[in-house]
Ligand binder design. Structure first.
Ligand code: OOG
Ligand code: MG
Length: 262
């Protein structure tokens, strides 16, 4: 019983931090024993509250910490997943409102659009490519609700993996048209190069990262559905931005995607 009460308290704490745009002390400062499993249950319950109160719907899943750069940046050594919902979708032609975010950062990703369900422990990289209708360049805006963007793995999972916004570029390509494992990327802010990366940084190949996620989801009786969007994880470190900044991720064969901020 006590555990359940604590779980709801943690859900409300994180929900309110996001709603009120305020950073909070990480959960494990008060609950150092928080497990990864409990953290995913908090993530689920947080999504349920958002679906109920914010009139939003789940549109997919984002993978996180799939690259060494990100794992080192955050001081962890495991990948994670969180939910994407419709009110996170931002548009290239509409500036993001900085005042709605706490201390946002942006990172380059490849978005996968599924044309078929993708479920089960036996899934392979070839199944991922087969199930994918399109891939597209994407930028993810992450905005940890935790003070100074610092957390343990359990903390960040509970906080829906720092998810805040995502933008998908307008060029969609069949995954059969390119080598998804070797897509180079340049991330610039106000025309100055900030990061470079490759899709190979994402667990060697983004489809491998998605295989990992399908297997993790299968353990809790879940999977991907036709129509889902998957963000396969950042290809470089995330960078911060301020009002007035423009950030562009340019992927060699996939084209570019732009974020601007008010
Ligand atoms: C956690 C989210 C990581 C990625 O693509 O690696 C993530 C964080 O860095 O705050 O979205
Ligand atoms: Mg990300």
């Amino acid at each position: 019983m006590t555990v359940q009460i604590n779980q709801q308290k943690m859900v409300d704490y994180l929900y309110e931090a996001e709603r009120d745009v305020k950073e909070v002390i990480k959960l494990t400062d008060d609950y150092p024993q928080l497990t990864i499993q409990e953290a995913y249950r908090i993530q689920d319950a947080l999504l349920a509250r958002k679906l109920e109160e914010n009139g939003t719907k789940q549109v997919g899943v984002k993978l996180g910490l799939t690259s060494k750069a990100k794992q080192q940046m955050m001081g962890v050594n495991e990948a994670i997943y969180g939910y994407l919902h419709s009110d996170m979708l931002a548009l290239e032609w509409e500036a993001i409102e900085f005042s709605q975010l706490i201390h946002p950062k942006v990172e380059p990703e490849i978005a996968f659009f599924l044309g078929e369900d993708l479920v089960g422990e036996a899934v392979t990289e070839a199944d991922v490519v087969k199930a994918t209708k399109y891939v597209a360049p994407a930028l993810e805006v992450i905005d940890s609700r935790y003070k100074d963007f610092r957390f343990t793995l359990a903390d960040v999972i509970a906080d829906n993996c720092s998810s805040a916004k995502f933008i998908v570029g307008s060029k969609w390509v069949s995954p059969h048209m390119l080598d998804l494992g070797q897509i180079g990327m340049v991330l610039s802010k106000n025309s100055a190069v900030e990061q470079t990366g490759s899709s190979a940084a994402v667990l060697g190949h983004p489809a491998t990262a998605i295989v990992w996620a399908v297997k993790e989801l299968a353990k809790v009786g879940k999977g991907f559905k036709k129509g889902d969007i998957i963000l396969s994880g950042a290809m470089s470190e995330a960078i911060s931005f301020q009002p007035g900044d423009t950030v562009v991720a340019d992927f060699d064969v996939l084209g570019s995607v732009t974020l601007s901020c008010n």
